[in-house]
Write a new protein. Structure first.
Length: 320
């Protein structure tokens, strides 16, 4: 009879079979580390929320607010309000300005919805994100160029001929006394003006809609974020209309102010375009995205201050 010991079965090994040395009983188990705790933020009157849950709403409001400082939109609205001053009616000024802003916001929403659906159509290809980033960078460089060499060479500003046509349509609204022609004319004016205005800051909504499509959201959430973006976008314009209507005052956007707005818009678009080209996921970082946007606005302000000081120094030197 074979008196050799039989090899113990796996259950005996696990129970500590006495015939085995301790070294053979040691089982190396790889226990995965616990997942990292999500970053949270304590918001007043809101409570503790995950940073990743608030980054997109905050990014939406920040970009929508920055996009609202559209030099072309300001130019058209201020001229319209200035012409409506001739009527001397606060109600007429508020009505025309309000309709113009609301139609402008609706058109901007439809424009961004078209970008959104185009990005969904082409899918989540990396090359599409790179293309969106490249377009934003090119548009940014053109706007930055316009600060130093306004309307020289390639420009995204409203041309003089287009400006004349818009002013002609605005002048026609002043002479209207019936309400319906005023509303129809204001709607048509807003539609025509926004076709030109979309060129001024097309890079910002392009970048935002691309970032939006990189998130996994419901269809209602996608359009809800577009609505939030456009609500923030039209808020400064509506405040201008209300302020001018209450005071019956007017203000013209000077060339220098328009150039500064284009510089700020250009630096923001340039920063966001680079992020899309390098690492789109960086925009999910609330603090990082805020630092980049603050640096872009601060950089534009520094450029404007230094450039204006240098121009003043040259004028003093020439006068001497």
């Amino acid at each position: 009879m074979d008196d050799r010991r039989k090899s113990p079965s796996l259950p005996l090994l696990l129970l500590g079979w006495p015939g085995q040395p301790e070294s053979e009983l040691d089982l190396e188990l790889e226990i995965p580390p616990p997942p990292p705790e999500p970053e949270t933020a304590d918001l007043p009157w809101w409570g503790t929320v995950k940073a990743e849950d608030v980054s997109l709403p905050v990014l939406t409001m920040v970009l929508g607010g920055l996009d609202s400082f559209n030099p072309c939109a300001f130019f058209v609205l201020l001229i319209l309000l200035g012409l409506m001053m001739r009527s001397g009616s606060r109600g007429r000024m508020l009505l025309v300005g309000g309709v113009f802003v609301l139609v402008s916001g609706l058109m901007y929403f439809l424009f961004m919805a078209a970008w959104l659906n185009l990005f969904f159509l082409v899918g989540h290809l990396r090359v599409i994100t790179l293309a969106a980033g490249a377009v934003a960078v090119v548009a940014a460089l053109i706007n930055i160029k316009d600060y130093f060499w306004f309307k020289q060479g390639v420009t995204l500003s409203i041309t003089d001929s287009a400006r004349s046509r818009l002013v002609g349509r605005m002048s026609g609204l002043v002479g209207q006394t019936r309400l319906l022609p005023v509303l129809v004319g204001t709607t048509a004016l807003a539609f025509a003006a926004n076709l030109y205005e979309l060129l001024c800051t097309s890079g910002l909504p392009l970048v935002y809609t691309r970032v939006l499509t990189l998130r996994e959201l419901s269809p209602a959430a996608y359009y809800g974020y577009l609505a939030l973006y456009n609500l923030v976008y039209v808020t400064p314009l509506l405040l201008i209309v209300v302020g001018f209507s209450l005071t019956l005052s007017s203000h013209k956007l000077t060339e220098y102010q328009g150039r500064v707005l284009k510089l700020v818009s250009g630096t923001m678009m340039f920063a966001l375009g680079l992020i899309l080209l390098i690492d789109p996921g960086f925009l999910n970082n609330l603090v990082g995205a805020g630092v980049v946007l603050a640096a872009a606005v601060g950089g534009a302000a520094a450029i404007a201050v230094v450039h204006r000081a240098a121009a003043a120094h040259r004028r003093r030197a020439a006068g001497a």
